[in-house]
Design a binder for this molecule. Structure first.
Ligand code: FAD
Length: 409
């Protein structure tokens, strides 16, 4: 039986590990934390998953919270000028729900499930030296450490990486649920300033709370998160931003309270693509998946969706490989196959960081025509479906004409 080692018990690593266990492989996952430590830790992210990724979780019987949390069914998007005056109001019912589960809850339960299904979970922070030992011991070593240090083993792919520095400074916090957000995902775009996103999230206590994410354009008027030391300070800053820039939304945050002092974060991501084959000093090779190789800004909510989809493909290709070895050509081939899909995920994520005029025309059409809204929202679930009309002015014109919409671009 082939022996597989996975470094990092996150979205990608655990999904891959559980898929391979179910297929009869001997799998060891190395995690830098126990399930309990993860549950009690600071929130690392607030990933909303779209229907295709949720279906993949269900395929491996990891959809433990389906009955407790039905997800978002409504979408609201307000597009504002730089002063917060609303230019466009878009609303839609989602065809299938979107869901955000606190990753501390989800991944700690998945870790326990991995052990329950006879996976070998080793709690240890892996170093480069450990990777050499793993390479000797296992038939394949997969590195899924997210933004962890080991990702540096994988060379940045200059051709596929558009940005050299973060395009947004991000702040996220959980507050008590405001009824308006119990099944609605709301995006407020403020021209030249940033984005405010609010959504329901099933938190680590099993309670529905409200997630607030702010994506601030660096050096802009809401780029004010540096030096924040606790949830109370961040809440005060967010209340101030909402009062100043979108005062019509203030009533929904004025009396909010932070859930606790570990359910907030401030940070920034430089989006990048890395090459999938990591070379060890001994000449051995290890394979990167998830954020290690495809790291996007959260603006398009793609990272965890993509990590699960990549892990699913890698699992299927490992199983198909049968008795053959996993060499660097195989690793590259599997990555290239995934890139056929992910190039559109990255295009969408990069594009939303500095959207062109096309988005304005499409947004105007969304405000008028539910079919356009449906196409755009389905594109977040499956970004290739947005190409080329969401990105390219000429293709947008043709698309809008096909929907019999007056063309503004
Ligand atoms: C603020 C924010 C909001 C987001 N919102 C969304 C969203 O709405 N939708 C979406 O799809 N995505 C979203 N994302 C992105 C998503 O969270 C990531 O893309 C996803 O978690 C990547 O999965 P992964 O398995 O590659 O890495 P992770 O889930 O980060 O897992 C990596 C694991 O490896 C462990 N590790 C690190 N180093 C070591 C080591 N040396 N040894 C052992 N273990 C190690 C880490 O502790 C961690 O548990 C968001 C991200 C952020 C920051």
């Amino acid at each position: 039986m082939k022996k597989i080692a996975i470094i990092g018990a996150g979205q990608a690593g655990l999904y891959l590990g559980l898929s391979l266990i179910d297929a009869g492989y001997s799998v060891t996952i190395y995690s830098d934390r126990t399930p309990d430590e993860l549950l009690k830790s600071r929130i690392p992210a607030t990933p909303t998953l779209f229907p295709d990724a949720l279906a993949l979780e269900k395929k491996v019987d990891l959809n433990f919270w389906d009955e407790n949390f039905l997800g978002c069914h409504k979408y609201f998007n307000k597009i504002c000028d730089s002063q917060g005056n609303i230019n466009l109001n878009i609303s839609a019912d989602l065809e299938q729900p979107w869901k955000a589960i606190d990753p501390r809850l989800k991944l700690s339960v998945w870790m326990e499930e991995f052990t329950r299904r006879a996976g070998n979970l080793v709690v240890r922070k892996i170093t480069i030296e450990d990777l050499e030992k793993c390479y000797q011991k296992y038939d394949l070593v997969v590195v899924s450490v997210g933004k962890g240090d080991l990702a540096r083993l994988f060379e940045r792919d200059e051709q596929k990486s558009k940005y050299q520095k973060p395009q947004r400074h991000v702040a996220v916090m959980l507050t008590e649920l405001e009824p308006m957000y119990w099944d609605a995902f709301e995006v407020i775009n403020i021209a030249g300033v940033g984005e405010i996103v609010q959504y329901p999230l099933f938190d680590r206590e099993g309670i529905l709370v409200r997630g607030i994410s702010i994506e601030a354009i660096p050096n802009g008027p809401i780029d004010v998160f540096s030096g924040i030391k606790n949830a109370g300070e961040l809440l005060t800053v967010i209340q101030g931003i909402i009062k100043q820039f979108v005062p019509w939304n203030y009533e929904y945050i004025r009396d909010a309270e932070a859930i606790d002092d570990s359910s907030w974060l401030c940070g920034a991501i430089t989006p990048k693509v890395r090459k999938p084959v990591g070379r060890l000093e001994s000449g051995g090779v290890v394979m990167g998946i998830g954020d290690v190789v495809i790291l996007n800004d959260p603006i398009a909510a793609q990272g965890a969706n993509n990590a699960i989809k990549m892990a699913d493909l890698v699992a299927r290709r490992i199983i198909e490989r049968g008795k053959e070895s996993f060499d660097r050509f195989w690793m590259q081939q599997v990555f290239d196959e995934f890139w056929e899909y992910s190039q559109y995920v990255n295009l969408l994520s990069d594009f939303l960081l500095s959207p062109g005029d096309t988005v304005q025309s499409i947004s105007r059409a969304m405000a008028e025509n539910p079919e356009v809204t449906k196409d755009v929202l389905n594109g977040f679930n499956h970004p290739p479906s947005l190409y080329p009309w969401y990105f390219d002015p000429e293709a947008a014109r043709e698309y809008l004409e096909s929907k019999k919409i007056a063309v503004y671009c």
